[in-house]
Design a binder for this molecule. Structure first.
Ligand code: ADP
Length: 246
């Protein structure tokens, strides 16, 4: 089932096109990584998925059950976020506000926050001050917060920036689990192409005047993928072929 479909979409600012005639669709359960050089339009594309900018032409359609304010969004970490003076529980709970503001949190919202803290492995940090957490723990808390606004789709903007390699790997494992075990569709903007290849089902590679969209396997065999990567296709079948010198 298609959750978001881009059909011949052109997006830009003040009459200047950043992306021209892009078509792709994200199906339920996909794990899509968006890669490309700085300035290639990754953030612009993400903003259009979140409904923050409208296309100049073409159509972006959403599945009936997916409202744009029900997409969980993990923005790039800012200094301000890191120093947020609130408990982990309060930060996570605030993710429930995207579904509508009320002066008090409901029992259901509190239960949702606790469940998402459990899913992201931070239940024991509930009463800690957010700014005292490590970078990896902060990202887990912000992921739990993003999960409070969705049961369907997460959009993550360079989630491992600033994390050490171990924390980064742990975060990737967690995101993969949410995708595999909880059926959360994942869209991630990343510069980490190796991890994209290891984890994603699909790749969208943006380049000036062109783009690639397809399965990770097809990407590894595409001209754009081959030109960009120095790795072989990791799938068993291809490994056999590569070993055989094909
Ligand atoms: P990326 O995320 O891949 O680095 P962006 O989507 O941020 O790329 O930017 C793509 C292009 O759009 C760049 O040339 C950038 O200068 C331009 N751009 C980004 N935001 C704006 C804006 N608010 N107004 C005008 N141009 C912008």
């Amino acid at each position: 089932m298609s959750l978001i479909k881009f059909a011949d979409v052109t997006i830009g600012y003040e009459g200047v096109n950043v992306l021209s005639k892009i078509s792709f669709e994200i199906n339920s359960g996909n794990y899509l990584c968006i890669v490309g050089e700085n300035g290639s339009g990754k953030t612009t594309l993400m903003k259009s998925m979140l409904g923050l900018i409208s296309p100049i032409s073409g159509t972006i359609s959403f599945d009936d059950g997916l409202k744009q304010n029900h997409i969980g969004y993990l923005p790039q970490q800012s200094k301000l976020q890191k120093d947020f003076p609130a408990s982990v529980y309060e930060v996570v709970l605030s993710g429930c506000l995207s579904k509508g503001f009320s002066p008090f949190y409901s029992k259901l919202q509190k239960k949702t926050a606790l469940e998402n803290m459990y899913k992201t492995g931070i239940s024991d940090l509930k009463n800690k001050c957010f700014r005292e957490l490590s970078g990896g723990q902060q990202q887990r808390a912000l992921l739990a917060r993003a999960l409070c606004s969705t049961e369907k789709m997460l959009i993550l903007d360079e989630p491992i920036t600033g994390l050490d390699p171990i924390a980064a790997q742990e975060l990737y494992t967690l995101i993969k689990q949410l995708n595999n075990n909880n059926g959360i569709t994942v869209v991630m903007v990343t510069h980490d192409v190796n991890s994209a290849i290891n984890n994603a089902s699909h790749i969208l590679h943006l380049r000036k005047d062109t783009y690639f969209y397809g399965s990770t396997h097809t990407y590894l065999h595409s001209d754009i993928g081959k030109g960009f990567l120095i790795t072989d296709c990791p799938c068993e079948n291809c490994q056999r072929n590569h070993r055989g010198g094909v």
